[in-house]
Write a protein that binds this ligand. Structure first.
Ligand SMILES: Cc1cc2nc3c(=O)[nH]c(=O)nc-3n(C[C@H](O)[C@H](O)[C@H](O)COP(=O)(O)O)c2cc1C
Length: 360
């Protein structure tokens, strides 16, 4: 028996195995017009392939709660009904394959309005479908980035409302899991970290103030997201800013306990993204210890992510109790049927679509 292929139940949702797909932006929607932010054939084929490949749960990419919340003009959005309709086609197919459909709800804050990564990822202006970004404080992400507009308290409340509206739409679109994107230096992460949050009002300064917006978003989402469905939160466990003011692993553990009290069912533990030019000790499973620490010290279920590529490596993370599930990113881009290969290697069982029965 393989622990990686044991089901895992969160609230009323049972995920068939612990091989989950990490959210990965495809930057492949229309940048403007009636189809802006609408999932298309690319998104359908991309997610469908990972579902037929046996992935237990798929977290759709960072999907913006408002047009200004997109990382690039080409991101998926979930602020209108056309977008919901297109997403419903994807969730329907994922469910037909026994894969649990989840979606990451996001606002990019000061890291919004950039070019697609394969075109350099630089900030873009109105001539390339761009816009003026917003943030907790008027501090640019890096050289060459615009100074973002500082959010008013009214606008902060509105954005929490946009997350709730997005969660309502996600339910309507057929998702069974919602993940709030609090990681990688996007808007919520910008509030959490003293590196990017220089406010002196109720949303900046102390730990309590810096976590206020994140918890308001979680509360707003939890209020509309059904009791029986799980809510995830993705965090960057550290800014990797040794010796400088920043978000730390200790902050993460303290915050995880709060998230749990506010109805979060699982912490998806990543790192980095808020401060450019930091040194990150990248290597196999390098972020797993951050997830394991949260689980051990708070009891909150966690998912581990980051350079998890081998079946036995993933199995060990789950067997050791370091994480409840593994999230795979780039390895699932390389191999959509990673779960099937891992099941074969580990002696686990995975659903195989009927038309593929001769490949078992
Ligand atoms: C193409 C691409 C797009 C990504 N988009 C997102 C995203 O939308 N939201 C997010 O939280 N992380 C995003 N990430 C980070 C991944 O979710 C994951 O944390 C990271 O790739 C490390 O896992 P890996 O080593 O298995 O790829 C992206 C990564 C890649 C490669």
């Amino acid at each position: 028996m393989s622990a990686l292929f044991e089901p895992r139940t969160l609230r009323s949702v049972t995920v068939p195995n612990r091989v989950w797909m990490a959210p990965m932006c495809q930057y492949s929607a229309e940048p403007s017009g009636p189809d802006a932010g609408v999932a298309n054939d690319w998104h359908f084929a991309h997610y469908a392939a990972r579902a037929t490949g046996g992935t237990g749960l798929i977290l759709l990419e960072a999907t913006a709660v408002s047009p200004e919340g997109r990382i690039s003009p080409y991101d998926l959005g979930i602020w209108n009904d056309t977008q919901v309709e297109a997403l419903r086609r994807i969730t329907g197919f994922l469910r037909s394959q026994g894969t649990v459909p989840g979606i990451q709800l996001a606002h990019a804050g000061r890291k919004a309005s950039t070019e697609r990564p394969w075109r350099g990822g630089a900030p873009v202006g109105a001539d390339a479908h761009g816009w003026q970004p917003v943030a907790p404080s008027p501090v640019p992400f890096d050289d060459g980035h615009p100074v973002p507009d500082e959010l008013t308290v009214d606008r902060i409340h509105e954005i929490a409302g946009e997350f709730a509206a997005a969660a309502r739409r996600a339910l309507d679109a057929g998702f069974e899991v919602v993940e709030v994107h609090g990681a990688h230096g996007y808007l919520i992460g910008q509030f959490l970290s003293p590196h990017s949050n220089h406010r002196t009002d109720a949303y900046g300064g102390s730990f309590e103030n810096r976590t206020r917006f994140a918890l308001e978003v979680v509360d707003a989402v939890r209020e509309v997201w059904p009791e029986e469905l799980p809510l995830f939160f993705r965090i960057s466990a550290t800014d990797w800013l040794d010796g400088e003011p920043g978000w730390t692993a200790d902050d993460t553990v303290r915050f995880a306990a709060l998230l749990q009290e506010h109805g979060v069912d699982l912490l998806d533990v990543s790192t980095g993204g808020n401060a450019p030019h930091v040194r990150i000790p990248v290597g196999p499973g390098y972020q797993v210890p951050f997830a394991a620490r949260v689980k051990e010290e708070t009891g909150l279920p966690v998912a581990a992510v980051g350079l998890i590529t081998e079946a036995r490596q993933a199995e060990k993370i789950v067997t050791n109790g370091e994480a409840d599930a593994v999230l795979l990113g780039r390895e699932l881009l390389r191999n959509p049927s990673w779960a099937r290969h891992a099941a074969r290697e580990l002696g686990g069982a995975v659903r195989v679509p009927d038309p593929y029965h001769r490949s078992v």
